[in-house]
Design a protein around this ligand. Structure first.
Ligand code: PLP
Length: 399
């Protein structure tokens, strides 16, 4: 290795960090980051192997533990987030599972906001209790519920904000304070805000997780995730899990996601600008009942958004007047915006949560989360916003 651009350049602005941060060049001096598609590493002699294994020589051992391309991804996002350490994972769910499992043991208690991505809800509600970790789900926007749920054995709190799919916003600093007092680690799933618009660690969270599958790739190619936190916890608690259970990110995915980070700021800015235009258009339509967009003054938690976010969202949620039938008619009439459960993509994507992503949680849980049959979730992509507006307008007329 001849050059590592992470060292000594901590005061770069985000866009510069996302282009140069973490780059480690090989002796060839390649411009683009190298893809080290290798499982293992060879040692010059038996003594060198011994030194690598006992930690005297800090080099690479095996790609289940660490890999140079994955390290570049981790160092780049770590520099952006202002975290001490990061670990790349095979998917966003691997990151969430890892962050929770590394925080608790049997007999502990977890509090989570009930408005969660479906699989996150499964981990908190079903998986953790199976291993003797009780969990309480609260209405995340009601700070009193967090306080009331604290028990002497509460060791972790988990939330996402804005939430999926209703884009509620939770006061991260307020929950962080409760977590600190309780001696629990606050884990924030920051996918919907993206690292561009929200920095949970600065707001007092202990751990940030991402599904890199979403905006970080942003072009629908690879799954990936990342856990960011302090050096000590990552080394002592998280790393043993990574090493021994095998959820580490593959070098190929890391390479794609590393290149995704380079264009993240311009993509998120453009997608957010377009989302704002679509939101403003929908807000004035008689066939649209409820519009939730974190970039608008009429968002239910607009005051919290002002305090903790630096931008709106690439996502919006709205209800079409006329229930499932009208919502389906609208969705089916769209030509540019495609039907898919993914988000953060270059392609605009629409989802009917009640019949897809949130079908399995059941009607009662859906009602609790305000996910009714009229609700649609729209992820805005990189198309010309005028084409998107025309697409939406035509589909509304088709209802
Ligand atoms: C997609 C998503 C996840 C899961 O990520 P995968 O990469 O699909 O495993 C977790 N949390 C949120 C908020 C998500 O949107």
């Amino acid at each position: 290795m001849t050059e590592n651009t992470t060292t000594g350049k901590k005061n770069w602005r985000p866009a510069t960090t996302l282009v140069h941060g973490g780059t480690t060049r090989s002796p060839f001096g390649e411009t683009s980051e190298a893809l080290y598609l290798t499982q293992g590493f060879v040692y010059d002699n038996a003594e060198a192997a011994e030194a690598r294994f006992n930690g005297e020589d800090p080099g690479y051992v095996y790609s289940r533990y660490a890999n140079p391309t994955v390290s570049m991804f981790e160092d780049r996002i770590k520099a952006l987030e202002g975290a001490e350490a990061a670990r790349g994972t095979a998917s966003g769910m691997a990151a969430v599972n890892l962050a929770l499992m590394a925080s608790v043991k049997a007999g502990d208690h977890v509090i989570a906001a009930k408005a969660l991505f479906g699989s996150c809800r499964y981990i908190c509600e079903t998986l953790l209790p199976r291993f003797g970790v009780e969990s309480t789900l609260v209405d995340g926007t009601d700070i009193e519920q967090w306080k009331a749920a604290v028990r002497p054995n509460t060791r972790a709190m988990f939330l996402e904000s804005p939430t999926n799919p209703t884009l509620e916003v939770i006061d991260i600093a307020a929950v962080a304070e409760i977590a600190k007092e309780a001696g629990a680690r606050l884990i924030v799933d920051n996918v919907f805000a993206t690292p561009m618009f929200q920095s949970p660690l600065e707001l007092g969270a202990d751990v940030v997780v991402y599904s890199a599958t979403k905006h970080i790739d942003g072009q629908g190619r690879c799954l990936g995730g990342v856990v960011l936190s302090d050096e000590e916890w990552i080394a002592d608690e998280l790393m043993p899990f990574v090493k021994h259970t095998g959820p580490h990110m593959s070098p190929f995915s890391a390479w794609v996601l590393l290149k995704g980070l380079e264009t993240l700021p311009i993509r998120v800015a453009r997608q957010t600008e377009s989302a704002g235009k679509v939101a403003d258009f929908l807000a004035g339509q008689s066939k649209v009942k409820r519009l939730i967009y974190p970039g608008r003054e009429d968002h239910p938690q607009a005051d919290v958004i002002k305090r903790q976010m630096r931008g709106g969202s690439t996502m919006l949620a709205f209800e079409i007047d006329g229930g499932k039938e009208a919502a389906f008619r609208f969705t089916n009439a769209l030509e540019i915006i495609r039907i898919s459960n993914n988000l953060g993509d270059a392609k605009s994507l629409i989802t009917h949560p009640a019949t897809t992503t949130h079908q399995s949680i059941g009607e009662e849980a859906r009602a609790e989360l305000d996910i009714n049959d009229s609700l649609l979730r729209l992820s805005i992509g990189l198309e010309d916003p005028l084409d998107l507006l025309e697409d939406v307008e035509k589909a509304l007329a088709a209802i």
